[in-house]
Structures are given as structure tokens and as C-alpha cells.
Design a protein around this ligand. Structure first.
Ligand code: ATP
Length: 285
């Protein structure tokens, strides 16, 4: 039995360019890990299987078959290592990151799976090679492996590690309705929202525009009730969209302010979590 963890993320700044001919979008992303942790435990088994649990969340949207990113990550690592008939594994996934919330929960699971499988199969795949496999799995997987704070360019997989920022205290307002990342990008293209990417922006300049997210108008257009919610004044500052949504985040002064804000939102019937930023990346536990 081998376990590894990875953190969820928010984009503190997220600029998205117009759709390229290959269907991808260039981005400029200030990725920040948060203290919500996914734990993936792998055990050799007679067939590939996944079980997802959570103390906090509804995880029914997470696939139980081989389309789950934990299995896809293991198979991609096997291929990279030249293993033709990999040992089937059972995956226990313990989730703290909302499913389809724009916080890269599936990507964190994939990153933790890579680290756990690398150890369980004694592959000795080094970090740069793991990063290459991660990039083949999805735009947010390399960051989930790296963690901390990083600037992502290209499609988001070209990462430049940044010094740790001062801790931020956050409250996350979850939405019971999922929002498909693909649908948000489609609406983004239809509305012609692509921005000119300015890769020269420094960390300080990105931090000074904390919360900017090119995808917000597209997510709000697809889900008008999310726009209404984001515009509601709960008394703790502006709401920002996390990734492609529908999770909203607010910045609070202190951890206790964030906890109080989450309590207030829950008292109003919303689903909310308080958390802080994290300097951690994916690792064995
Ligand atoms: P991102 O921001 O990276 O686009 P997200 O955080 O909005 O993604 P995820 O929780 O990663 O959303 O899930 C997106 C979709 O991926 C889910 O609807 C589900 O069908 C699929 N998926 C595959 N593997 C997983 C996993 N381990 N956990 C959750 N979803 C998964």
C-alpha cells in the first residue's frame, strides 16, 4: 500500500488568449496551491478499480472506471517506463477538492497517482520525466505535481516556480451545479473574449491584479445565477472565479475571518469552505 498527496489550486491571476488553430488556448496563469489535499492510495489488485471518498463533499461526479485520471496517470507512466503489461492497481481517493469546481481536483489526483505509482512500482522516474508525463494528462497536472506558487504559460504546462507568497486566507463558495471546463471555453470563444497574452508581466504585477480571470464573463454567461451570486455583497469583499468555475473565492484578512465568512455563508444555506494558500506540492505520505 503506497499513498501520495497533492493540493488543489486557484488561479490568482488567469489571462486566456484566443483559440489557436490546434484548439488550445494560450494562457498566463499565476497558479497557487491551497491547503485542500487529495490523498491517493494504491494497492496491487486483480483489476483496475477506483473508490472515491470524502468527509466534506459530494464525490458522485468522480468516475469509478478507467476514465478516472488516477488510472490514466498510471497507464501513462507505465508507457513512459516501457512496461507493456502493468500490474493492475486499486486506487482509494480521498477528496477535499470539489469535483468539477475549477480547482483541479482531478489533476491533483493524477499528480498524486504518478507519485504513488512511481514508488509502488519502484520505477525511479525522476521529477522532469514525471512532469512530462503530467503534461500529457492535462494542462493543470504539472502544476499539481509542482505545487506552491508558479507562473504557467503556453497552454499552462510551461511552469516557472515562484518564491512563496505571503499566506492568503480564503473562503471558497462552492456551487452545487458543476460547470464543464470545455463548455466555458466554448462560450469564451463564441463571445470572442480572448485577451492578448502579456508574458512579460512580473510576479509583482500579477499579484497587483489578483483575481483577474478572463473566463469570468463566459462562466457568468453560461450560469447567470453564478453572476448573481458573485455580485452579492456578503460583506467580505469581491468574489473571484476559480479557474473555469463555478467555485468563487474571497480573500480574507485572517484565518479566523475566513472561518467566520464560511460560517456565515453556510448559515445562509450555501456550501462554503475556509482554507489558506499552501507551499506544498505532490509528495509521498
Ligand atoms: P479543471 O479545473 O482542471 O479543468 P475541475 O477542477 O473543474 O477541472 P475536476 O474535479 O478535475 O474539475 O473534474 C473534471 C471532470 O473530470 C469531472 O467531471 C470528471 O468527469 C473527470 N474526472 C476524471 N478523473 C477525476 C477525478 N479523479 N476526480 C474528479 N473528476 C475526475
Amino acid at each position: 500500500m503506497t499513498s501520495a498527496t497533492a493540493q488543489g489550486k486557484i488561479n490568482l491571476y488567469f489571462q486566456v488568449g484566443p483559440r489557436l488553430e490546434n484548439g488550445y488556448h494560450e494562457v498566463l496563469s499565476l497558479y497557487q496551491a491551497v491547503a485542500l489535499t487529495e490523498t491517493v492510495t494504491v494497492t496491487p489488485s486483480s483489476s483496475w478499480s477506483v473508490n472515491t471518498t470524502s468527509d466534506l463533499l459530494d464525490t458522485s461526479g468522480a468516475p469509478t472506471d478507467q476514465s478516472n485520471l488516477v488510472v490514466r496517470a498510471a497507464l501513462a507512466l507505465a508507457q513512459q517506463a516501457g512496461i507493456k503489461n502493468p500490474q493492475p492497481m486499486h486506487f482509494e481517493v480521498e477528496k477535499q477538492i470539489p469535483v468539477a469546481g475549477g480547482m483541479a481536483g482531478g489533476s491533483a489526483d493524477a499528480a498524486a497517482s504518478l507519485v504513488a505509482i512511481n514508488e509502488a512500482w519502484c520505477l525511479g522516474t525522476d521529477f522532469p520525466q514525471l512532469m512530462a508525463v503530467a503534461a500529457s494528462l492535462g494542462a493543470d497536472v504539472p502544476f499539481a505535481l509542482m505545487g506552491g506558487t508558479a507562473i504557467g504559460t503556453g497552454t499552462g504546462v510551461k511552469l516557472s516556480k515562484q518564491p512563496d507568497l505571503d499566506p492568503l486566507h480564503l473562503v471558497l463558495l462552492l456551487n452545487p451545479k458543476p460547470l464543464s471546463t470545455a463548455a466555458v471555453f466554448e462560450r469564451f470563444d463564441a463571445l470572442g473574449l480572448g485577451e492578448k497574452i502579456n508574458e512579460d508581466l512580473s510576479l509583482a504585477e500579477l499579484v497587483s491584479q489578483l483575481g483577474h480571470n478572463s473566463l469570468s464573463p463566459a462562466a457568468f454567461s453560461l450560469m447567470p445565477e453564478l453572476k448573481e451570486l458573485a455580485e452579492k455583497d456578503f460583506g467580505f469583499g469581491k468574489a473571484w472565479l476559480s479557474g473555469s468555475g463555478p467555485t468563487l473565492w474571497y480573500r480574507c484578512e485572517t484565518q479566523s475571518d475566513a472561518e467566520k465568512a464560511a460560517d456565515e455563508l453556510r448559515a445562509l444555506g450555501h456550501s462554503a469552505i475556509s482554507t489558506s494558500t499552501s507551499n506544498m506540492g505532490s509528495r509521498l505520505v
